[in-house]
Design a protein around this ligand. Sequence first.
Ligand code: G3I
Length: 366
Amino acid sequence: MKHRVFIALVISLFVPFLIMFRVSSTPSEPLTSPIPVEETSTSESLRSLAQKRGIYIGPAVAWEPLQNDANYRSVLAQEFNILTPENIMKFEYVHPQRDRYDFTQVDALVAFAKANNIEVRGHPLVWHHALPRWLWLNENKFTRDELIAILREHIQTVVGRYRGQVVAWDVVSEAINRDGSLRDTIWLRNIGPEYIDLAFRWAHEADPKARLFYSDYGNDEEGPKPDAMYNLVRAMLQRGVPISGVGLQTHRHLKEPPSVERIAKNMKRHADLGIEVQFTELDVQIVEATGTWEERLAAQGRVYSDLLRVCLAAQNCTAFMTWGFTDRYTWVNNLTGKVEAPLIFDTSYRPKPAYEALKKALSSGA
Ligand code: G3I
């Protein structure tokens, strides 16, 4: 009996140090210990709630975790009704040689989406990054007609292969500079500004039912770049170019919270043109912001919620997409060289306040 009392005494003396250690060892950076999450507003999934509100909600999907991480696949299938490939549909992946395409990974992703009743958003067809060596290295050897032929074949081969399986495409991405001028890219240099119209016409020929988008960042509020995008789209419509919508990538930082008023106004002017708007690459960086970690997580939730509410309130906002969904896999870490936490699930797939905030936004005012 004395033996047990002695052990109990030792443990009771030791426990406070254990708790103190855990508290003091809790990093102010992304936590591995449980994150305080508000009571779940509803046991319903994001996708079920989004379905009722008539919008798509989903992430960019990375190839490696889709292959190797069962939790990744499980949350993806449970929570989202649309997905976009983060990288594997890019030129360098699907068209590695001039006369060779490789759709192995995209076919597998599209099959996964189909098996889980998830729509696919194609990304990107025409971009100035992620181009294969055979293309960018020989830029000066191609004539204008050769480059037009290469781009046309690329677009019609990729879009044609997934005809009826991809609901929307980022046809042209990031063609506008911050000052509103056209970005100096391989496509502009060698084909001229008409490459944008041509790309949309070719994509439409390959799949007349797919929704065709222009995608960019820094285009969601007001200023030279959003205005240039609006003017580009309006002129394209006047030329009879088959463009359906614009993608607001909306890579944000807690230090610069979005102006929902400006975004709503920008969405409205596109609605007046009959143009859809989609949030396509949302993430909200919080590590550099001020406040306790819990305060930053809560503020991040408010940003996600504010953006979803402005989408739900707009007549022409049809998708709310994030660039990834778990902090375990985010491009931002490579961007900043720091461990970030920009998404709605933590590194252990636990819902963060942002996830709960999205569910509350979807549940309110249905
Ligand atoms: O897969 C290779 C790996 O085999 C290799 O060891 C490694 C190191 O070189 O590179 C890996 O490829 C990287 C790829 O991401 C997959 O992780 C590429 O180098 C890297 O450039 C690529 O970065 C992607 C970037 O676009 C450029 O394509 C990011 O993951 C992706 O999140 C980012 O996404 C873009 C959107 O497509 C367009 N809007 C902006 C957004 C953020 O930049």
